[in-house]
Design a protein around this ligand. Structure first.
Ligand code: ZN
Length: 131
């Protein structure tokens, strides 16, 4: 059972102490390094780098791998969900990485445009279908 209140008082713990149960036993330096690596990886996979990374492309998510995730081309729809390890998509049958090819189109495949307001974009997946 998770106890979020301070057992010595009736006051709730400060927010940073309440969140510490998520990282219990993990050194702060490890968390900082992990967050830094994840940030670099997230930027890396979205970069417009046309280098294919040779055999590494089968082991780590590369820009080419992740670009197919954002493709509007029919062949790339619902593919490459893994952010770090393509083997996860391979295991679930969603892996797609054609040799030397990149998506022709990005974004929504239905030809519709997203609303310009952030809040409406957030709600877009929950709209009533009109087809
Ligand atoms: Zn992305």
């Amino acid at each position: 059972m998770l106890v979020m209140d301070n057992p010595e008082t009736t006051d709730p713990l400060p927010v940073h102490d309440q969140l510490s149960w998520l990282t219990r036993g993990i050194e702060l330096s490890c968390i900082i390094v992990a967050v830094a690596l994840v940030s670099v990886q997230a930027t890396f996979i979205h970069a417009n780098i046309r280098f294919t990374f040779g055999p590494l492309r089968w082991l780590i998510a590369t820009p080419q791998f992740h670009h197919w995730h954002h493709a509007a081309d029919r062949e790339g729809i619902d593919k490459n969900f893994a952010v770090h390890l393509p083997i996860i998509d391979w295991l679930f049958g969603t892996f797609y990485l054609p040799t030397g090819r990149w998506p022709q189109k990005y974004g929504l495949s239905d030809g519709k445009r997203l609303p310009e307001w952030f809040t409406l974009q957030f709600l877009y997946p929950f709209r009533r279908r009109q087809d």
